[in-house]
Design a protein around this ligand. Sequence first.
Ligand code: KIV
Ligand code: ZN
Length: 520
Amino acid sequence: MTDKTRVLIFDTTLRDGEQSPGATMTHEEKLEIAQMLDEMGVDIIEAGFPIASEGDFRAVSEIAKQAQNATICGLARANYKDIDRCWEAVKHARSPRIHTFIGTSPLHRAIPNLDMDQMAERIHDTVTHARNLCDNVQWSPMDATRTEHDYLCRVVEIAIKAGATTINIPDTVGYTAPRESADLIRMLIEKVPGADEIIFATHCHNDLGMATANALAAVEGGARQIECTINGLGERAGNTALEEVVMAIKVRGDIMPFHTSVDTTKIMNISRRVATVSGFPVQFNKAIVGKNAFAHESGIHQDGMLKNAETFEIMRPTDIGLSETSLVMGKHSGRAALRAKLKELGFELAENQLNDAFVRFKDLADRKKEVYDDDLIALVRQNDAAEDRLKLKHLKVVCGTDGPQTADMVIEIDGQDRTIHATGDGPVDASFNAVKQAFPHKARLQLYQVHAVTEGTDAQATVSVRLEEDGRIATGQSADTDTVVASVKAYVNALNRLLVRREKSAPGDDVKSVNYKDAG
Ligand code: KIV
Ligand code: ZN
């Protein structure tokens, strides 16, 4: 790379992000997110871990085939079988990359029971093998920030000599701090022969809340690739958030003279989509993409904003794809207005999807005085599909201070209506019990979350439900002005997705059952 100010953006939402417990996405969702990443100008997409499951392999292969711009990368442990499988998946891409790794810190070396020399040999052999398959090879010493510096220099040199074109320095446990992060990259560039021939990458976890700062510091130290995820999704406290590093570089070009190729106006849309499909909502005060990130409520702030937006805003909402005005829609708004509004929010719907959304919009507008942007987003995101095996048709709950609460439900199962009466500890519990009676299953409820989309007692509730069965996880979501109805629809949505997974995979197939720490 000749442009020394260019920072490559490596997105690992579909690998490190999807690997975080409960964030599992369906095949179609992975393809959709990959396409959005490709269109927004991300340089490298880590599409999955092909050896982990048939599902991962299929997703990486298809993403490789569909990508128009980005390099498509797959993850592989330090063994030939993983690397071969990875190559089989990424080889379809216009620009494929194999990413292979091994844990190099004392704690990680102990797991495969390799001494320093044996590990060095393994690195040489596996990187050479990967490079014989693919011209573009990334190598990572996992837990690099807790690896002895001498040994880190030694193994990085071996990987470069064996043909690695990118060396990624992971802060696997989120342990480092900004100055140390910069110094580590600087030290490697200074000491390792051949370091100026390759690109150094930084991969930070957020356990101490420093992932963004550490990644930017690494760039100051000489790294030219940042590994990150949308919304900071990822194992434990997550990874560096793509939107944070990209916007920090854009806004503070005065002190960070770098640039990326990301079209920042696409940030908000992909953030919302990732939140929906992963079932991990974005915290309200999250930098850049949180609901409140551009909200000004105090009188002083509002006054200042009206006089000059720069008084309290360092970037414009439009920079990340938020519309400047929040045009309120109501029951008199027509189809054309809905289409225009949805387009402004980043949704280009096909005619049949628009018709469907319009019916739901009219229904909502009848129940709710004003329909805000967030209501429309929730409405479009309702993901009932024609092929769903279970469909809620009718629900009546009785609740109050003198229990038990009851639910009377009509639910269609494989085309047949079933009428159920159930009781429970509250209306939601009674309704979920009704679904279980109608369609017995052993899936466990892992998460039940309710959010008010807007203010007011007529606000829609969006509900997320996560179910787990035999290691397969599925998330369902729904929105309605009636919280219990939204809850049951979200539960049924999750169940439908679980059934699809049950049909497509053997037990455990979807699970990240491969041990990441296992180098062998
Ligand atoms: O955090 C980490 O070390 C990783 C590696 C697999 C690169 O995700
Ligand atoms: Zn990681």
